[in-house]
Ligand binder design. Sequence first.
Ligand code: IDP
Ligand code: MG
Length: 139
Amino acid sequence: MATNRTFTMLKPDAVQNGHIGAILEKINAAGFRIVAMKMTQLSKVDAEAFYAIHSERPFFGELVEYMTSGPIVSAILEKDNAVDDFRTLIGATNPAEAAEGTIRKMYAESIAANAVHGSDSDENAAIESAFHFSGRENF
Ligand code: IDP
Ligand code: MG
C-alpha cells in the first residue's frame, strides 16, 4: 500500500557546499511536506548498514567513506506518490545524466557525491525512515 511518504538525505557534498537551503526550497516548491528532519553524521557502521544492499558493488568502499565524510540532513517527506515523484525531482544517479532542473543536475558533484538520496520503494522508505528516526520525533 502506498504510504505517500519517502525518505531523503542531503548528502555530505550538499551540506559542505552550502546547498541545504536551496535544496529544501526545491523540495517544498515541488509540493513535499517535511514530516521529520535532523542533521547527523553517519558512523562507518551506520553507513555500511544503510547501504548493505550495495555491499558487493565495486563502489561500496568509496560510498561508505564518502557518506561518513561529513554531516548529512535526513528527512521524511510526505506527498501523493512521494517515492516516485521524489525520484523524478532528484534525477538520475549520475548527475551527468540527470535531467535539467533536477536536484542532482543542479547541485551534485559526481556519481558518488550526488547531493541527495531518495528511497526507491515504499517498503524501503519505511525501512530507511526507521533507521534514521526513532519514532519519538513529531511525525
Ligand atoms: P540511487 O541513489 O540513485 O538510488 P544507487 O544505485 O542506489 O543510486 O546507488 C546508491 C549510491 O551509491 C548513489 O546515490 C551514489 O552515491 C553511489 N554510487 C552509485 N553508483 C556509483 C558509482 O558507479 N561510483 C561511485 N558511487 C556510486
Ligand atoms: Mg538506490
